[in-house]
Ligand binder design. Structure first.
Ligand code: PLP
Length: 375
């Protein structure tokens, strides 16, 4: 049965658990990032992985529907189907998806893939594009992030860049480094150290390429580094943050944002009193919040807004257990059916649990955003 909640109603009209998005904060976060990089003269290529919706993508791109990054081919197809173009699929090329990538490359003005291994280049060469089109390829560098990417200082990285640039039917479009190691930082100084190092390693690599007569674009970024960009980043062509549009408790701990900037919440209701355990039961389990953040916060899996004395101790699929940080609960303060508001530790993980986000302005419902899912 469809929900009967209508736009114009208060958030309390929603059935819970419900993910709610503050439209004013989303717009403010997006605009701030646009202005930051306009000022630096660096192109902002926002990542869609956090929200995966058309509406939020429109806000992040200023309505241009151009110049985005995606983390799955499912997202790429979703955005292409809605008139987006200049899409970068920033995930080490999965060999099972080469044909779908080829079709998008032949269909869009600019669809770009990313790789970090010579075997991936071989896969692209085995599937030449039709109509005289060329594969647009970004080389993924590891500049200290420690996940995907070929190590920036390895001679193989330079050799792979040269092979891409020299291959028939293929163009080396750019060099891409994600500074996810900013997630280990605490405070602006540490974030900016990583941002500076990543920029330096990337630009040193670009200089080496120039010696071989190769020029292409460069892109680095993460929400922490792009929230506090360093001057050296003016040398980059692009940056690619994504989470900033929502932010979350994790980002506020790192120092990317303040708690006031966080645009998402999960609404939950109290569904049980357990005086024998000094606990409340809520209707949000890990299917409504995710388990991301385990052991990271003194208040458990989330921050409970307006209740700094409470912690979300544990969750099963559809239940959460809430208890006080100390002392006895006054159950009269938490009647069954009353609402609690959770500020998620990691908004990407929380958003991934929800088939719909309820959008509001100052607590008044404005509509729903439906994300795409799958790979
Ligand atoms: C390859 C890549 N690029 C860009 C981003 C966006 O970074 P952030 O989530 O810090 O905004 C991510 C995030 O995981 C990523 O994996």
């Amino acid at each position: 049965m469809r929900s009967t909640v209508m736009d114009g109603q208060p958030l309390s009209a929603l059935c819970t658990p419900a993910m709610v998005v503050d439209l004013d904060k989303v717009k403010k976060n997006a605009q701030r990032m646009i202005e930051k990089f306009e000022k630096l003269g660096v192109k902002l290529r926002p990542h869609m992985k956090t929200h995966k919706t058309i509406e939020c993508a429109d806000i992040m791109t200023g309505g241009s529907r151009r110049c985005i990054v995606v983390s799955t081919l499912g997202e790429a197809c979703f955005y292409a189907d809605h008139g987006f173009d200049d899409i970068l699929y920033a995930y080490s090329l999965p060999f099972d998806k080469v044909e779908r990538c080829a079709i998008l490359s032949e269909r869009l003005e600019l669809f770009q893939v990313l790789l970090d291994h010579p075997d991936a280049l071989k896969q692209l060469r085995k599937r030449p594009l039709k109509c005289g089109r060329r594969w647009h390829v970004w080389l993924k560098l590891d500049c200290g992030n420690g996940r995907a990417g070929i190590l920036h200082s390895e001679p193989e990285a330079l050799r792979l860049a040269q092979s891409i640039a020299a291959a028939d039917g293929v163009e080396l479009t750019g060099v891409y480094a994600h500074c996810g190691n900013t997630y280990n930082c605490r405070g602006v100084q540490q974030i900016q150290r990583v941002a500076k190092d990543t920029t330096t390693f990337t630009m040193q690599f670009m200089e080496k390429l120039k010696i071989f007569g190769i020029t292409c674009k460069s892109s680095i970024g993460s929400t922490p580094s792009c929230s506090h960009p360093v001057q050296d980043m003016v040398h980059l062509t692009e940056v690619h943050p994504g989470n900033y549009v929502f932010y979350d408790v994790q980002q506020s701990i790192i120092g990317s944002c303040s708690v006031e900037d966080i645009a998402v919440r999960v609404l939950t209701r109290i569904i049980g009193h357990c005086p024998h355990r000094n606990q409340l039961l809520i209707d949000c389990g890990w299917t409504g919040l995710s388990l991301d953040g385990a052991g990271k916060l003194p208040t458990g899996y989330a921050v409970i807004e307006g209740h700094p004395d409470l912690m979300l101790l544990s969750m099963t699929q559809e239940h959460g257990k809430v208890e006080p940080l100390s002392g006895k609960l006054d159950f009269n303060m938490y009647p069954l059916g009353s609402l609690l508001t959770l500020i998620p530790y990691h908004s990407c993980a929380t958003a991934a649990m929800h088939p719909v986000y309820h959008v509001h302005s100052e607590g008044v419902l404005m509509g729903k955003w439906k994300p795409t899912r799958g790979w």
